[in-house]
Design a protein around this ligand. Structure first.
Ligand code: ZN
Length: 497
């Protein structure tokens, strides 16, 4: 018995040794801990607040966008291998041309489209993401704050982080002053030490997830060679700790060689091609907020496109991100019970209860069924807005029809050309004169690889104040008749106020 026991133990030890040889813990870079004044809960709550700010100030693709979905999948694969506390990691895409990525405390990671465009292989992109995950694992942001924070600081970390991440210069300088930081110090700007740690841990995560870990140093080499080090926001936020490539390669050399590590995938090639076509904004345009009026970007994590309405955003034919929306069917088209009322700022309208109405800052609104508004723009639903009229405004049938045709032209111009397919129809809505006209263009809905035709039904209502309200009803041509009853009911319920 004794003998057997000893043998069993020896066998177990041997087995353990084999496991260790496969993953020699002693040779692996281990997460470095640093002094941190924040609890895990604080880090999550504050990080979530900052994430909400990011959506307000940057064009973040909806989570349903094909590029977002791909990065979520890739991120999930990497996160499985991340050591330490199991943060609620989540991954998003910012439509910024800058080659950069950033991680917020608590696990929200944002990758710029510029990074997707610059990556040559999936292993390279995964390398950047593993690097960001490593910043989260080692809690670098909150450690930085802990290091810098004076004891009586009157700011929450969310406001400090948001101001700095998002470049709100006024608040940032106040926060930095209070923190006793220099003008250029930022929380997201990592120390060279933090960078070295994120590179080494990142390489390990990449390796464990089955990727060629050389993707990580390769990406930095690629962007350095292609774009130069100066002016690149990546290198400004993630400074080269010195001999970056050599240091990472040295770490990689300690990892057991393995055949069949993934360098790239067909899925990456597909997404990379989509990323190359996608609209990206310069830092200046991100700040100027021109993207807000497109309605293409998400209003928060898990949200659909922001549906910030403007006449110019109606879907047809305009170039957009992603691979196109899919066709909707059945109940979503409007036959889902008795209508509910939406109170706008100077109008009200009823709409099907399974749809969603979202008011915009300029007093307009978008009303769409689930899936009707996304990265392909508004493909099903309605945009309601105002058109200010000069002079005496709209006062009779003649001025109304002239104003309606002018609106139709504006709509056509902003949507790559629309064809008028009906005569101008005179209506009365809630006692106000109105005109309607149908137009035909191209939909953001793609079926069988082809973009469907789209029907846009423009209704212009003369307001009591002489200005116009417009409603543009939108659906792919093959679905328009199915939606017409819902659209008609909406139109008839419209009241200019
Ligand atoms: Zn970094």
């Amino acid at each position: 018995m004794m003998e057997l026991g000893r043998r069993t133990r020896a066998a177990l030890l041997l087995a353990a040794a084999v496991v260790c040889a496969e993953r020699p813990a002693w040779a692996r870079f281990q997460p470095v801990t640093c002094k941190n004044a924040f609890t895990v809960e604080q880090e999550q709550t504050e990080g979530a607040k900052v994430a909400a700010q990011v959506y307000k100030q940057m064009p973040v693709l909806p989570d349903s966008d094909p590029i977002s979905r791909y990065v979520q999948g890739l991120g999930a694969k990497l996160v499985e291998q991340a050591p330490g506390y199991k943060w609620q990691y989540n991954f998003h895409i910012v439509a910024s041309e800058d080659i950069n990525a950033f991680a917020l405390p608590g696990g929200s990671i944002f990758v710029n489209l510029g990074t997707i465009q610059a990556a040559e292989t999936e292993a390279q992109l995964a390398g950047v993401m593993a690097h960001e995950i490593s910043h989260v694992v080692m809690r670098h942001s909150t450690c930085n704050i802990t290091k810098a924070q004076t004891p009586k600081l009157g700011f929450g970390i969310a406001s400090v982080l948001s101001s700095i991440v998002l470049g709100d210069s006024a608040l940032a300088s106040v926060a930095q002053g209070a923190l006793g930081l220099g003008a250029n110090a930022t929380m997201m700007k990592m120390s060279r030490d933090a960078e070295r740690q994120a590179d080494l841990l990142g390489a390990g995560i990449l390796y464990d997830a089955g990727y060629d870990p050389r993707g990580l140093p390769q990406f930095f080499e690629t962007i350095k060679a292609k774009y130069g080090e100066g002016g690149l926001s990546w290198f400004s936020d993630h400074p080269d700790p010195g001999n970056r490539t050599e240091a990472v390669n040295k770490e990689i050399a300690t990892l057991p060689r393995r055949a069949g590590a993934t360098v790239t995938t067909a899925e990456f090639t597909r997404i990379h091609a989509l990323g190359m076509q996608a609209k990206v904004y310069s830092a200046k345009d991100v700040e100027a907020g021109v993207w807000r009026r497109t309605g293409l970007y998400a209003s928060g994590p898990g949200a659909a496109a922001g549906m910030v309405p403007a006449m110019e955003t109606v879907a047809s034919g305009a170039p957009r991100t992603g691979s196109g929306a899919t066709r909707l069917s059945g109940v979503m088209l409007g036959s889902c019970g008795s209508q509910v009322r939406f109170q706008g700022s100077r109008f009200s309208v009823s709409y099907p209860p399974c749809w969603k109405a979202v008011g915009g800052q300029d007093g307009s609104a978008t009303v769409a069924p689930p899936g009707g508004s996304g990265s392909a723009g508004l493909t099903y639903g309605a945009v309601i807005g105002f058109a200010k009229q000069g002079g005496d405004g709209v006062s009779d049938a003649a001025t109304l029809s002239a104003a309606t045709m002018e609106l139709a032209q504006r709509l056509s111009k902003s949507n790559g050309g629309l064809q008028q397919v009906s005569k101008l129809q005179a209506l009365s809505l809630g006692g106000q004169m109105a005109n309607a006209v149908e137009l035909r263009g191209r939909s953001g809905v793609v079926e069988g690889g082809a973009q469907l035709a789209e029907r846009d039904w423009l209704v212009a209502v003369a307001r009591p104040d002489g200005d116009l309200n417009y409603i543009v009803f939108v659906a792919p041509e093959p679905d328009f008749e199915a939606m017409r009853p819902a659209f008609t009911a909406m139109m008839q319920s419209f009241r200019a106020e």
